[in-house]
Design a protein around this ligand. Structure first.
Ligand SMILES: O=P(O)(O)OP(=O)(O)OP(=O)(O)OC[C@H]1O[C@@H](n2cnc3c(O)ncnc32)[C@H](O)[C@@H]1O
Ligand SMILES: [Mg+2]
Length: 190
């Protein structure tokens, strides 16, 4: 089976990638499998910078093609916060604390418009790195709903489906999500 190496340690993202690459006949391999002790510091100020950084660092270490995903939530009323800091907004990868901070900062706010952004970078030895970007529009709820997915999914409402991201199956999520949109663009390039 052909392997795709993803420079991530986020099990939620891995599930999203498997939902899309699995049916295409690819085996998804991640940093948890091939480089569990490696930590790539996300020093960039944009999703693009961080995605390229993660893909190129792991690709150089493994000398193989690597895909990386840098993503996050941009809330209009909070001027795009938490943005590239989505994973470490309130606590390092503490989804619950991050959600509570977002809800607290939006208390009494009527503008709930937000979008998920996903930039996927592809790095390969001796080739030029490239990236694609996907977005998904939604609204921040006032309380959590649903238990699927990860991160901010329980408070991200998708008006067209009348559900939060956490109320969707992984397959449903991939058809409308920022990650699904980015992977669709990626498939055209691979
Ligand atoms: O860097 P890696 O190891 O890939 O994993 P990470 O969780 O640190 O990933 P990011 O640096 O890209 O930060 C993305 C954060 O944005 C949020 N996020 C991204 N995509 C999401 C999605 O589909 N649903 C909910 N939250 C998401 C979530 O809090 C993630 O931790
Ligand atoms: Mg990260």
């Amino acid at each position: 089976m052909t392997q795709v190496v993803i420079a991530t340690k986020n099990r939620g993202k891995v599930k999203d990638f498997e939902a899309i690459f699995g049916p295409l006949g690819y085996e998804v391999v991640t940093m948890l499998d091939v480089a569990p002790d490696m930590d790539i510091e996300e020093t960039g100020t944009t999703f693009e910078e961080n995605a390229v950084l993660k893909a190129e660092t792991l690709s150089a270490a493994l000398q193989t093609m690597v895909i990386a995903d840098d993503s996050g939530l941009a809330i209009d009323a909070l001027h795009g916060e938490p943005g590239v800091y989505s994973a470490r907004y309130a606590g390092d990868h503490d989804d619950e604390a991050n959600i509570q901070k977002a809800l607290r900062n939006l208390q009494g706010e009527t503008n709930r418009q937000a979008r998920f952004v996903c930039v996927i970078a592809v790095a390969e030895p001796n080739k030029e790195t490239y990236y694609v970007r996907g977005e998904c529009e939604g609204e921040i709820t006032t309380e959590k709903r649903g238990t699927n997915g990860f991160g901010y999914d329980p408070i991200f409402y998708v008006p067209t489906l009348n559900k939060t991201m956490a109320e969707l199956t992984p397959e449903q999520k991939s058809t409308i999500s920022h990650r699904g949109a980015a992977i669709a663009k990626l498939k055209e390039k691979l």
